[in-house]
Design a protein. Structure first.
Length: 399
């Protein structure tokens, strides 16, 4: 995994954007924008290396950028009162544009004006494959949108920017396309006349009529565009699973405090006013339980139910020191980019990796310059697999 540092970019929350390729085995670009600190961008060898993003993903929301070449944009008409269950009906007008079965299209309404619905359609099996890549790597995306719709929305004409080996062309708030440089001339030549095209990247030499905007790095441009629109292709059967982890240690502390409060106060309360106070505490206990554990079964006793939920969720918290240790070990892991990781374990202050690589070859690839705080020990499991133990001093992770 190679990466580079970019200038600091202020944002509300940590964001990890992943640009997915159309086919398996192709490079995957990514961009991490933290709440504080410097942004990073990089390129993974392919989908099998997505697990390398786990340290960044642990504190980030993941947004997927879907290649525009895999998205069908169109505007369809639906007469009558529209409800969400009518979404499949919007696919039938796309039959003449779709090479496959319209039942296999996953539709998202981007914009509605009266009976006119602007939609984005993606093949369900393709979307399922992408999400499967993430699942195999232990990642979960909360959002996905077409990459071209992360470009600035044009007020007039089109906007354009070069992303990797393709040009992203946003034609309006609801549609666009992408093309490599060879395809671009052919596609543009099909239009009888072209609107003004405002380019955020150096324009192609054979397109002198494009208007040149001040050049901007592509990833910060796309990250800003993703934040400024609310399009999300992950809905319906592709809705992300609800997080089961608590909202940080502050939630556990608040619930634990309430649990102790009820345990201490209730036995000593007497009289009418005391009973009122106990009832209010019990009501608040029920409210917090239902808000924070909506999918949990109703307990026989609310207080003991909160105690059980606290215990369960404490087990799901990332072990102290894991993220710090991974960050310290990055120089070592970077030297092994592209090597398949069979397993990773965290034992106290020790990281244990199992790599699909012979010990001699692994040693030859290890960077001789790694932090002095690390102790690295290889152990050959067989002719093709090596266990690498990384020990070191760590500090507790910060939320």
């Amino acid at each position: 995994m190679k990466f580079m540092l970019l200038k600091k970019n202020k944002s509300v929350a940590d964001e990890l954007l992943i640009a997915l390729p159309i086919l398996a085995g192709q490079p995957i670009s990514w961009y991490h924008q933290p709440h504080q600190g410097e942004a990073q961008e990089g390129v993974l060898a392919d989908e099998t290396a997505l697990h390398e993003l786990l340290p960044l993903a642990a504190t980030s929301q993941i947004t997927l950028l879907i290649p525009a070449k895999s998205v069908l944009f169109n505007t369809v008409t639906f007469n009558g009162k529209y409800r969400r269950q009518h979404l499949p009906a919007l696919a039938w007008p796309l039959e003449s544009f779709c090479p496959g079965e319209v039942e296999q299209l996953h539709l998202t309404v981007i914009q509605r004006q009266g009976a006119q619905f602007s939609v984005a359609a993606v093949d369900k099996s393709q979307l399922q494959q992408w999400l499967g890549w993430l699942q195999s790597a232990g990642l979960t995306a909360i959002r996905a949108l077409p990459d071209v719709l992360a470009l600035p929305s044009p007020t007039a004409g089109w906007t354009a920017a070069r992303f990797n080996d393709s040009w992203l062309m946003r034609q309006s708030a609801v549609k666009g396309f992408s093309a490599d440089e060879e395809e671009l001339g052919f596609i543009l030549g099909r239009y009888p006349s072209l609107p003004a095209i405002l380019s955020y990247s150096p324009r192609p030499t054979n397109e002198p009529t494009w208007l040149q905007k001040a050049e901007q790095p592509i990833w910060p441009l796309l990250a800003q565009g993703a934040q400024e629109n609310s399009i999300n292709l992950l809905h319906g059967e592709f809705t992300p699973p609800r997080a089961t982890k608590p909202r940080g240690n502050k939630l556990l502390a608040a619930l634990a405090a309430l649990y102790l409060l009820t345990w201490v106060i209730q036995p000593g309360l007497t009289g009418y006013r005391a009973q009122q106070q106990a009832d209010r505490i019990d009501e608040k206990t029920q409210q917090l339980y239902r808000e924070n554990f909506p999918d949990a079964a109703i307990p026989q006793q609310w207080i003991s139910g909160i105690a059980q939920q606290i215990t369960q969720r404490e087990k799901g918290i990332t072990p102290p020191g894991l993220l710090a240790q991974l960050n310290t070990a990055m120089p070592v892991l970077h030297s092994l980019k592209g090597v398949k990781t069979e397993a990773m374990e965290w034992q106290g202050e020790t990281l244990v990796f199992t790599f699909n690589l012979a010990e001699a070859e692994l040693l030859s690839r290890l960077s001789p310059q790694y932090p002095e705080t690390l102790s690295i020990t290889p152990h050959s499991l067989d002719q093709q697999n090596t266990r690498l133990t990384i020990k070191g001093v760590h500090h507790d992770d910060k939320n």
